[in-house]
Design a protein around this ligand. Structure first.
Ligand SMILES: [Zn+2]
Ligand SMILES: [Zn+2]
Length: 396
């Protein structure tokens, strides 16, 4: 695999809903860079947004950002990860899907999760070297300013594959509102982010109440440690849900809440579920252009603190790995397991995730030799070469 001019496969979106498979030469890493051989990647909600053509800018390019793999080629002076652990070819690693440039306004302010140049490479078109910009490919090119961490031996690919998006972001977000021992936090939404939020809040010592409308998701939340659940389908009126949360919190409301429902109305509801002085983390609502009615006076009268987070500080990927190491034996992480597709079926994985016939999809790239051979022998296979016409610069 690591012959100097060997090629790998890039699956990229030609246009929304249209996938193409192409070959590209596996690059030699620059000083400080790493070429990772991808093992397993997840389809994340943000990909579906792009796949459905709803992203304001990104209409073409590589997809995928939750990925784990092994080091295939190391740049000259790469000797350790961001934790100071030695790195060698063959080590299993994860990396942030964005870089932290340490040269922009936000980095200078210490707001590393908001780096202006986060997607400088991630958003490049596949024709542009080093071609392997996104995770649905046999390889990922990791640039010198991306955080990279060696994966603890005891953690399977299936358990760590989501660490560099969902879990890191949840841990970073919860650190902004600090739910702790003796406190109650409401988690709005029991999808992947919500389940991680339950587990992380429990480990911090908080009591957790989960609000969702799907019984199966609420059961999962209990398996992840939720102390109480509120089923919206059983309690369709907001007033009822406010009353239940008050009853569970000595009549005051919750100390903290996290919105991972992705539904605009959940924001207005969260304001009502909190106690005076409560802290609210808003993370699930990220599509622009949707408005709701809410009462700004409620925020003032209750003296609420509202925090939103976008991405995370790269250090949290290390914290996420440590969390998984501490909790892998205790948490039913296998319940998050995904429907697995091969790299040749990325189109299917995206389509079925979008029409919701699959709730979680992973792309398994651990054995691609036959596919590579077939693409190599097909004269119609596209070969990505630098210098091809570029599309407009996009942002994820
Ligand atoms: Zn993601
Ligand atoms: Zn920056």
């Amino acid at each position: 695999m690591s012959k100097a001019n060997s090629r790998g496969i890039v699956a990229y979106m030609e246009a929304p809903g249209v996938l193409r498979l192409a070959l590209a030469t596996v690059p030699e890493p620059e000083s400080g860079g790493i070429v990772m051989r991808n093992s397993l990647a997840n389809v994340c909600g943000s990909e579906l947004h792009i796949w459905a053509g709803k992203h304001p800018v990104k209409k073409r390019g590589g997809l995928g950002h939750e990925v784990v793999g092994t080091i295939e080629r190391l740049g000259d002076d790469v000797t350790m990860d961001n934790r100071g652990q030695p790195l060698a070819v063959g080590d299993r690693i994860v990396a942030t899907y964005f870089q932290t440039c340490h040269r922009c306004f936000h980095c200078l302010e210490g707001e590393y999760n908001l780096c202006d140049n986060a997607y400088e490479f991630f958003s490049k078109q596949p024709e542009e070297a080093p071609h392997f910009h996104a995770a649905f490919s046999t390889h990922s090119y990791i640039h010198p300013r991306q955080h990279v961490y060696r994966v603890p031996d005891g953690l399977s690919d299936e358990i760590v594959v989501g660490a560099n998006c969902a879990l890191s972001q949840v841990m970073y977000g919860l650190d902004q509102i600090n739910p702790g021992a003796g406190q109650t936090i409401v988690v709005q939404g029991a999808g992947g982010l919500g389940l991680y939020a339950v587990a992380v809040a429990k480990e911090r010592g908080a009591r957790v109440i989960v609000v969702d409308s799907v019984a199966a998701r609420l059961e999962q939340a209990q398996a992840f440690g939720a102390d109480a659940i509120v089923d919206i389908s059983q309690h369709p009126q907001l007033d009822e849900r406010v009353r239940i949360i008050r009853e569970l919190t000595d009549g005051r409301g919750a100390d903290a809440a996290v919105e991972v429902a992705g539904i605009p109305a959940a924001f207005a509801e969260g304001l009502q579920l909190l106690r005076r002085g409560g802290r609210y983390l808003v993370m699930g609502n990220l599509s622009p252009g949707v408005s709701i009615d809410y009462d700004p006076g409620l925020i003032t009268r209750k003296a609420l603190t509202i925090v939103h987070v976008d991405r995370y500080d790269g250090r949290y990927l290390w914290k996420a790995l440590c969390f998984l190491e501490r909790n892998a034996a205790r948490l039913p992480l296998d319940r998050l397991s995904a429907t697995v597709f091969g790299l040749e079926n990325v189109q299917d994985a995206l389509d079925r995730s979008l029409d919701r016939s699959v709730t979680r999809a992973s792309i398994d790239m651990r054995s691609i030799d036959a596919m590579l051979e077939q693409l190599e022998s097909d004269p119609d296979t596209q070969v990505l070469e630098s210098g091809a016409p570029q599309n407009e610069k996009t942002e994820s």
